[in-house]
Design a protein. Structure first.
Ligand SMILES: NC(=O)C1=CN([C@@H]2O[C@H](COP(=O)(O)OP(=O)(O)OC[C@H]3O[C@@H](n4cnc5c(N)ncnc54)[C@H](O)[C@@H]3O)[C@@H](O)[C@H]2O)C=CC1
Ligand SMILES: O=C(CO)COP(=O)(O)O
Length: 328
């Protein structure tokens, strides 16, 4: 497999950071943004100011407004935009190519994972998922980061990991796409909950309990979907859950803080909040759990707060008065 050139589609924070990581790994990179003016601005200033202010881009990154053929395709648009993006792309750009899915979320309506969307829309593409504890600003600045890169074939995933690995970006190959995708999607839901704990001043002990019980829920979901709970011991599971559920830098955590302070979802969104994938994913994850008959009280709680069905105080009281049971 030739793995020299990379096309990163999506000119937000994560697409820009992944373009920079691929460039630092020695690849020649096109960053596909939505309009030609933006591409020209990035190329002349050598910075994507709107996405990663002040971050200088490697000379190996060229912004373009139209996707062109590349050995590796990386999709970095919000989870709800992936299907539309794939529908608009020339299928020849995807057929037989490794396509790396980097969005963390489940699709509204279909309940689909990102790799299921790819299989629907571009069945000839080779789907990989990239997830793990990795803030875009850290990756782009060359701060040490490690992620999981999963594909159906572990040896292909290893080749791709080698092509994207650089001095500060270390992808670990894996073969459990389901586990990695569910972990990436659900950690955003728990980050909303942990942010709400912070915003409502419920204490660090409550937040730690949420992380541990969230991990247990995640394991039930992954197992029910045919993934491996063992995957969750790695970067995409424990790694990203720890990062996102404890860091105010996380947009999901910030959104949760606003909910915890008593603000409504609609008002926070109307105020121009940054993308928080857990907001769309929480109701989808709750529906998915119902369809699989998996008990997920924390996902249900976040869904209830997001959709305005319940208040945080009532939810905390409800969670604390659930029947006592064995931990495992
Ligand atoms: N920012 C981060 O630190 C990380 C983000 N991610 C994931 O990456 C995904 C994208 O997040 P960010 O880049 O941070 O969000 P962002 O809000 O910074 O950027 C999203 C970009 O997608 C573009 N976009 C939206 N719809 C599009 C469409 N239909 N076609 C083409 N472009 C479209 C927007 O113009 C924008 O440039 C999310 O799923 C997020 O969870 C994953 C790891 C780290
Ligand atoms: O996925 C991320 C870090 O791994 C980014 O988290 P947020 O989208 O919550 O900022």
């Amino acid at each position: 497999m030739r793995l020299e050139t990379v096309s990163v589609i999506g000119g937000g924070a994560w697409g820009t950071a992944l373009a920079q990581a691929a460039a630092m790994a020695g690849r020649s990179v096109s960053l596909v943004v939505r309009d030609a003016d933006k591409a020209a601005r990035i190329n002349s200033s050598r910075c994507n100011e709107a996405a990663l202010p002040g971050q200088a881009l490697s000379p190996a990154v060229t912004a373009v407004a139209e996707a062109a053929s590349a050995d590796i395709v990386i999709l970095a648009v919000p989870a709800q935009a992936t299907r539309g993006l794939l529908a608009a792309l020339d299928p020849a750009l995807l057929a037989g190519r490794p396509v790396v899915l980097s969005a963390k979320g489940l699709e509204t309506g279909t309940l689909a994972r990102q790799s299921e969307i790819l299989a629907d829309m571009a069945p000839d593409a080779m789907g990989f998922v990239l997830s793990g504890p990795s803030f875009a600003a850290d990756v782009a600045a060359g701060r040490p980061t490690a992620v999981t890169l999963a594909g159906d074939d572990a040896s292909d995933a290893s080749d791709l990991a080698s092509a994207l690995a650089g001095p500060s970006f270390r992808p670990y190959a894996a073969d459990d796409r389901i586990g990695v995708e569910i972990a990436g999607a659900l950690k955003n839901v728990y980050a909303l909950a942990c942010g709400a704990v912070e915003g409502a001043n419920l204490g660090a002990s409550a937040r730690a309990a949420l992380i541990a019980r969230g991990y247990a829920e995640m394991a039930r979901m992954v197992t029910a979907m045919g993934g491996s709970a063992h995957t969750l011991t790695g970067l995409a599971g424990l790694g990203d859950l720890t990062l996102t559920c404890t860091s105010i830098q996380s947009r999901n955590y910030q959104f949760g803080m606003a909910l915890g302070a008593g603000r409504r979802t609609g008002d926070i969104l109307a105020g121009g909040a940054a993308l928080a994938e857990g907001v769309a994913t929480a109701p989808v994850a709750a529906a998915l759990a119902r369809s699989l008959d998996v008990e997920v009280p924390l996902i249900d709680a976040v869904d209830a707060v997001i959709t305005g069905k319940s208040e945080i105080a009532a939810i905390v009281a409800g969670l604390m008065s659930r029947p006592l049971k064995k931990e495992h």
